[in-house]
Ligand binder design. Structure first.
Ligand code: ARG
Ligand code: ZN
Length: 872
């Protein structure tokens, strides 16, 4: 059932031209295709047989080769393929299929989202539209005609440029023909039809080409598209300046759809976006969501080069486009906003969720060696760790050589479908470096451990750092070879200032390639404190024990903003660990004043960027504390973290209140970096104050809720009140919020999330009630994520209730979702796959729910792969 990278073979046939005609109907859609095909000269296959991909749901109406219709005996249909034993060297294949977008609940292929037709073809959705060679190394020039009812579907879109249109007034139908001159694989095909409104803006590229940018949405959302348009223009400019990449078609379109399995999709010239990643307005959208829109718009735009012009040879190479593009969008966001804040956010995600993936049963290398269902490999490992791997190349080569390497890569492979090896080779060639060992980052799964110790000899002024690496076993990979790890390092003198190192700089990059190595520094006047892994220069778990005093020292002096933040996190983790031990010993918990003092100093320092202050003062999440634990003690983590929060609030209430008041808005809302920074710190201050649960501070939150002119402030206040012990106020504010925003789908989704994330008892019952609410819809992935995923992933105390009720609930949802939408079902499984990290009783409960799912009947490949690997 599994597919292996080692079995890769070039396609036996190629498709030079693809002509498609869609006739969209209420009951079904007819798809006519005319494919100009020929034998691949590079294929060594001996037979003249043709195997096309085609989903079992395709109704085949007619199949012809060079105009000669084939009878039922001339081809074989199997589950996912259609085989023809004998075809000519070159021929035209014509095919007529019938599909039913209305019944498509999987949201792959062509489906309806709120009365609008749209497609999602990556990775293998095109085979649900027609029979084809649905693999990324088959690239073809597409001409697509979309024909539909003119009144219901006035807007008809596909990839490329519109070249013809017409109508049949009698039948009330019209059509548009689109031509995409750039050869592309089928996964980049897109079609949209609906009654859509749009905004547009002309753009001229660096070399003076005129392009029209359009963003389409339902008419009611027309007022929420400007931010995405601004973001798109910034991204286009940035890619011209930083990578020398320009846009290539006459028109670039984005369409917002409400039903979408993922965030967005980079179809050539016609991106399709989840509404949650494109719509934004101050009244309905938080600062975080504004930034997410900017990042995702840029990500999809950047794919036009890293993904579309140069694409993947096969799906094992997915990180070729995703890792690189995530790296590109992260650098873009860092340039648009605060670089350090962006890095802190990305590393937090990596260390919380990707490290957990690496430690679980679905652990896989950035370039997986096998899979059962490729949809299961759109993972944090392929995306986020893949981006870290590209970042390490950037660190090793430096920005100039990295740019040379990317230029060579794009030039050499334009119009091709290539591998991660091709990418690394371009980087090797421009730099003259040998990255053979570095390539292990693509092949070996697991998070390496980096152990550090040091010694200092005052007489000789010699300081030595001993670095050792190891990597735990992962499924199918018992032994790992040493990685090539760039360790960016600085040394702090006793006065807290950086020493100047041999390279004349305050930082240098140590390259660890052996399992252990010693690095020596001469002429050091006093024992330094090392600042290791600056900017998180490698995706590893650093083990270098530091006492609390030294952590405080780094927190206040390290010239690397990321490491200053990280020192604070390590201090908090250490202190919370102590509280957990006290909690479990039945002793009263007592917070170490070292943390309080450190927080006070940061709060008092008005010279710091408020956004970074907010990051430093944010305690590590329960999810990250869980990832760090060998055996997750859900209740102790929650109790200790809550206690720490409250104790800090008690000790620093005056300061929090002072800064809260000083950060009050001075101007009308704008989601710019400076304002975002102020709001993030102000709302963090409020969260500490509300933790005290005094009527005074609850009233402060209520006042903020009532008077807010933007969603960021209103929603922060909402969740603080809703999760407080003030049950009447909580119920009232939730009611009010729903009434205000009942017609704003994305805001209502936030309302669902706030309730699903309520750590107080009774949350599961509330979630079950909400599943019956008019605001909920099991067919809409955003709603499922807002309610069910938030409960199962962000509400640990309730989801992991000792009686197993949370697990039982999730298993039921998955069994149900498996039939409707396999991709969603499979994603819901994640928290259950982590069962080995819990105590024996919870392990047994979680395993039994996994077995229940396995035994529940016919499983999709998506769910089967994750469940079976989890139980293996
Ligand atoms: N390529 C898209 C992006 O990263 C994601 C598509 C995900 N599709 C899927 N079937 N998992 O922007
Ligand atoms: Zn992507």
């Amino acid at each position: 059932q599994a597919i292996y990278l080692k079995d890769y073979q070039v396609p036996a046939y190629l498709i030079d031209e693809t002509e498609l005609h869609f006739s969209l109907g209420e009951d079904h859609t007819e798809v006519r295709s005319v494919l100009k095909m020929r034998r691949n000269p590079e294929s060594t296959a001996s037979s003249a047989a043709l195997e096309l991909h085609g989903h079992e749901s395709l109704e085949l109406c007619r199949l012809a080769i060079d105009g000669r219709e084939l009878g039922a005996g001339d081809y074989r249909r199997e589950d996912e393929t259609l085989g023809i034993d004998q075809v000519p060297e070159a021929f035209t294949l014509e095919c007529l299929t019938r599909i039913r977008p209305r019944d498509n609940t999987a949201l792959e292929g062509l489906y309806l989202s709120d009365g609008m037709y749209c497609t999602q073809c990556e990775a293998e959705g095109f085979r649900r539209i027609t029979f084809y060679l649905d693999r990324p190394d088959v690239m073809s020039v597409f001409t697509t005609t979309v024909e539909a009812d003119a009144a219901r579907y006035p807007v008809l879109l596909s990839n490329g440029n519109p070249v013809a249109r017409g109508s049949d007034e009698d039948k009330g139908r019209h059509w548009v023909t689109w031509q995409d001159p750039f050869p592309k694989p089928a996964y980049l095909f897109a079609l949209v039809a609906g009654d859509l409104a749009h905004i547009e803006r002309p753009y001229s590229t660096a070399s003076g080409r005129e392009v029209m940018l359009r963003i389409y949405a339902e008419r009611k959302d027309l007022d929420k598209l400007d931010h995405a348009m601004d973001s798109l223009v910034k991204a286009m400019r940035w890619d011209e300046e930083v990578y020398g990449r320009e846009y290539d078609l006459d028109i670039y379109m984005i369409v917002a759809v409400d039903f979408f399995n993922m965030g967005a999709m980079e179809n050539k010239g016609l991106n399709i976006f989840n509404t949650s990643c494109v719509l934004a307005s101050p009244e309905t959208t938080t600062d975080g969501a504004f930034q997410r829109v900017e990042g995702v718009v840029a990500h999809e735009y950047f794919h036009n080069w890293s993904g579309n012009r140069v694409t993947c040879r096969d799906w094992f190479q997915l990180s070729l486009k995703e890792g690189f593009t995530v790296f590109r969008d992260a650098e873009f966001s860092a340039d648009m906003n605060s670089r350090t804040v962006k890095r802190v956010e990305d590393v937090t995600l990596l260390r919380t969720a990707q490290f957990a993936e690496d430690a679980g049963p679905m652990a896989h290398p950035v370039r997986p060696a096998s899979f059962i269902e490729i949809s299961n490999f759109y993972t944090l490992t392929v995306y986020e760790k893949g981006a870290e791997v590209v970042r390490m190349i950037h660190t090793l080569l430096g920005p100039e050589l990295f740019r040379k390497g990317s230029d060579l890569y794009f030039e050499r492979h334009d119009g091709q479908a290539v591998t991660t090896d091709d990418f690394v080779r371009a980087m090797e060639e421009v730099s003259g470096r040998d990255l053979t060992q570095f390539r292990r980052w693509y092949d070996q799964a697991g998070t390496p451990r980096l152990e550090v110790s040091d010694d200092y000899d005052a007489d000789s002024g010699r300081y030595r750092l001993h670095l050792a690496q190891s990597c735990p076993a992962t499924p199918g990979q018992e032994q790992k070879l040493p990685f090539h790890i760039p360790v960016t390092l600085g040394l702090l003198g006793p006065d807290g200032r950086d020493l100047i190192l041999d390279n004349g700089d305050t930082s240098c990059v140590l390259e660890l390639t052996d399992s252990s190595q010693t690095f020596t520094f001469e002429g050091i006047a006093a024992r330094p404190v090392p600042s290791l892994l600056r900017g998180f220069s490698a995706p590893v778990k650093l083990q270098y024990p530091l006492d609390r005093q030294t952590l405080v020292f780094l927190m206040s002096h390290d010239s690397d903003g990321f490491n200053r933040w990280d020192a604070g996190q390590r201090l908090a983790i250490d202190v919370i660990g102590e509280l957990m031990a006290q909690h479990n010993a039945g002793e009263p918990m007592r917070l170490d004043a070292a943390l309080t003092d450190a927080f006070a100093a940061v709060l008092d320092d008005e010279s710091l960027d408020p956004a970074m202050v907010a990051k430093v003062l944010t305690l590590p999440s329960e999810a990250y504390l869980s990832e760090l634990a060998d055996c997750i003690d859900v209740d102790a983590i929650h109790a200790a973290r809550q206690f720490a929060k409250k104790a800090l609030a008690q000790a620093l209430a005056e300061r929090f209140e002072r800064r809260y008041r000083a950060l009050a808005p001075q101007q009308a809302y704008a989601p710019d970096a400076a304002q975002v920074a102020r709001r993030s710190l102000r709302n963090l201050c409020l969260s500490y104050l509300v933790a005290l649960e005094t009527p005074e501070y609850l009233a402060l939150a209520q006042a903020q809720y009532d008077s807010a002119d933007n969603m960021t402030d209103r929603q922060s206040a909402l969740s603080l009140i809703a999760h407080s012990g003030a049950t009447d106020a909580a119920a009232a504010v939730l009611d009010d919020f729903y009434r205000r925003y009942a017609d704003q789908t994305l805001v209502v989704n936030q309302w669902l999330s706030v309730q699903a994330g309520d750590p107080r008892p009774g949350a599961l019952d509330r979630v079950k009630e909400l599943m019956q609410h008019e605001a909920f819809d099991l067919r809409n992935p955003n709603k499922v994520r807002s309610l069910i995923s938030v409960f199962c992933n962000l509400n640990a105390v309730n989801f992991h209730a000792a009686d197993g009720s949370g697990y039982d609930f999730l298993a039921e949802r998955i069994i149900d979702m498996n039939r409707r939408n396999p991709q969603m079902a499979s994603r819901l499984l994640t928290p259950l796959t982590r069962w080995r990290k819990y105590d024996a009783a919870r392990q047994a409960l979680m395993q039994s729910q996994l077995r229940r799912i396995l035994d529940s009947g016919e499983l999709s490949k998506d769910v089967y792969e994750v469940v079976s690997k989890s139980l293996a």
